[in-house]
Design a protein around this ligand. Structure first.
Ligand code: PMP
Length: 417
């Protein structure tokens, strides 16, 4: 399975209204108004195919994985391992054993922090991140810095929300032992030039982790050609269940990494004198996983791949191009993040209106947007604001919803004026 469709199929038009019908929640009302869900960067909605896969797991296959020889356990194991295979195909991994199934991106970055990086850091070393990282790609490294005497370096961004690539490259000095970069910013929508950054890191022998949480749901991916060392995704933002995700890493890195936490499932033999571990990726998957969730994640990957990530990217670009000028036409509205290479995430503020007030009143109009710091405090500090409102679009949104959103902003503005 591959996320990119063959050229012959890309020409076949998609009936986006039919796609939208797959999402039962989008038919509901909120405060008596039709729901306009513009918070997919927070968590995406789930198509019935995913909901049914989770339901079917508990109705038909529920058992623990890899532990029993009975039929149900074999079925549960096949579904769980099926998610690994599906994710390997979706990300373009060289081998399914390069995929560690995790509870999400946060689990993946912490796994890399404690298993890979902790043994490699010493006082005076540095970890390089960018000014637009999510806390999941800042705080784990900071915790390690506290433990080891290393420090964090930050590559700056422009006012437009673009990474200043030459400053990132200049910051790759010998004390830098690791770098972490978000592929697509959850606040600004900026798509970072990961391939170029990976090339520069590789040239200097610096391992690079890419936080793909906001890229995997929106862009065709091929981790092999990106050239990074670690790639993290979270299932609930890509139409899958919460509590699922994956870490992709080069096989030789995973093989050399020790387990991060221990327990059942990840061992070869255990005695009180010592334990030997299973091979990667199982040595990183201690305990009973979210099996039903991974059955759903496999269905989500199949669903997205069936539409085609290139078509999803193109449709979301259309929606972004439709929404942006209409929002900019609202008096006093400022958009944060204007990079030309941008995903369909629009952070904004309106002069004199608090982000939370705006989001609360929009909710009463049936429009779900997120307000707050979006787990990116340093980015808020860069722009000198405490919070923004964020409308994040997905392929199941429509132009009519964007119109309803812009109209609702107009009404709310009058109320707050
Ligand atoms: N990185 C980015 C860019 C994100 O948007 C998010 C989720 N908001 C995360 C990491 C963390 O994902 P999770 O909470 O699912 O682990």
């Amino acid at each position: 399975m591959s996320a990119a469709l063959p050229a012959s199929m890309r020409a076949v038009p998609i009936d986006w209204a039919k796609v939208r019908d797959d999402f039962p929640i989008l038919r509901r009302k909120v405060h008596g108004k039709p729901l306009v869900y513009l918070d997919s960067a927070n968590t995406s909605q789930k198509p019935r195919q995913v909901i049914e896969a989770v339901d079917e797991f508990y109705r038909e296959h529920n058992a623990n994985v890899s532990r029993a020889v009975h039929q149900l356990s074999e079925e549960a194991t096949a579904l769980y391992e099926g998610a690994r295979t599906a994710m390997a195909g979706f990300l373009g991994a060289g081998h399914r054993d390069e995929i560690v199934l995790t509870s999400g991106t946060t689990m993946a970055t912490n796994l890399v922090a404690y298993s890979f990086l902790l043994p490699r850091l010493k006082p005076g070393d540095a970890v390089l991140v960018t000014a637009m990282e999510h806390h999941a790609d800042i705080v784990p490294w900071q915790l390690l810095c506290k433990l080891t005497g290393a420090h964090l370096k930050v590559a700056p961004i422009r006012e437009s929300g673009e990474l200043i690539v030459e400053k990132f490259v200049a910051a790759l000095t010998p004390e830098v032992k690791f770098a972490g970069v978000v592929h697509v910013s959850n606040v600004l929508g900026t798509i970072n030039p990961v391939k170029e950054l990976a090339r520069e890191c590789r040239r200097r022998g610096i391992p690079l982790l890419v936080d793909g949480s906001q890229a995997a749901p929106h862009l065709p991916l091929d981790v092999k050609s990106l050239g990074c060392d670690f790639y993290c995704v979270t299932g609930h933002k890509m139409c899958g269940p919460t509590g699922t995700g994956a870490l992709w890493a080069r096989r030789e890195l995973l093989d050399a990494m020790p387990p991060f936490f221990g327990g059942g499932e990840m061992i070869r033999t255990v005695s009180f004198e010592g334990t030997t571990f299973a091979d990667a990726p199982r040595k990183f998957e201690a305990g009973t996983p979210n099996i039903a969730g991974f059955a759903g994640l496999a269905a989500a990957v199949e669903y997205l791949s069936g539409i085609g990530m290139d078509r999803i990217a193109a449709r979301e670009r259309e929606l972004l191009d439709y929404a942006t000028p209409r929002l900019l036409a609202v008096r006093g509205l400022r958009i944060f993040g204007t990079a030309p290479e941008k995903a369909a995430v629009i952070s904004f503020l309106i002069d004199g209106v608090h982000a939370h007030d705006l989001a609360t009143l929009l909710d009463h109009e049936g429009v779900a947007v997120r307000s707050g710091h979006h787990c990116a405090h340093p980015l808020m500090q860069f722009y000198g604001v405490a919070a923004t409102c964020r409308a994040s679009l997905a392929f199941y949104n429509t132009e009519a919803e964007i119109d309803a959103f812009v109209d609702a902003i107009g009404r709310v503005r009058k109320l707050l004026a």
